[in-house]
Write a protein that binds this ligand. Structure first.
Ligand code: GRF
Length: 187
């Protein structure tokens, strides 16, 4: 059984989707969710789903190795960022080479980088009258949204789409593909 740890800062709908996907299979298990936000909805989801969840603050994350030590104790085969908003420190990346992946709600290299998250991404796609958008699953390196691309999927847009409907289309792609890409990476 392969082990994954999920990092999430917000709603956690992807985290829940990944947890429920692997509950029905015996190849992979979500062993814990880590968050940097005490009020994140993902914590309620973990409670309901019976998944251990842990909170850490900025100084623990950036100035100590306590998160690395915790992760080493959890011994994950893969660390999955699903809506996690802080940059991953270099020592954490170095401790888990090629074992940290992220999902970005656009077709990188477009609409990535610092400050490009959530609604802002979809609004920028709309403002530029893009005819398509999508998702990018990629390895994590020291720069936001710049690690090697593992998988992309796209969806067509029309001029009547709003940032909200674009977000819905992107979420649909995320729910469909993210667990399968994780499964394939771990097989
Ligand atoms: C997703 O759109 C993901 O691509 C991005 O953050 C969002 C998280 O949504 N990195 P949720 O918290 O999983 O609902």
């Amino acid at each position: 059984m392969k082990r994954i740890v999920i990092f999430a800062s917000g709603s956690g709908s992807n985290a829940e989707n990944i947890i429920t996907y692997f509950r029905e299979r015996d190849s992979v298990e979500v062993i814990a969710v880590l968050t940097n936000k005490k009020s994140a909805l993902v914590l309620e989801r973990c409670d309901r789903l019976g998944i251990p969840a842990f909170y850490f603050n900025k100084s623990a994350f950036s100035s100590t190795d306590s998160v690395i030590q915790m992760l080493k104790g959890l011994n994950p085969d893969l660390i999955v960022l699903a809506g996690f908003l802080w940059k991953i420190p270099p020592n954490l990346i170095a401790s888990f080479p090629k074992k940290i992946i992220n999902i970005h709600p656009a077709l990188l290299p477009k609409y990535g980088g610092k400050g490009m998250y959530g609604e802002r991404v979809h609004q920028a796609v709309k403002d530029n009258s893009e005819t398509e958008t999508g998702i990018t699953i990629h390895y994590v390196n020291e720069n936001y949204d710049e690690g090697g691309i593992i998988f992309q999927a796209n969806t067509a847009l029309s001029s009547s789409d709003t940032a909200e409907t674009i977000a819905q289309k992107v979420h649909k792609l995320e729910y469909e593909h993210f667990p399968k890409v994780i499964e394939k990476l771990l097989s």
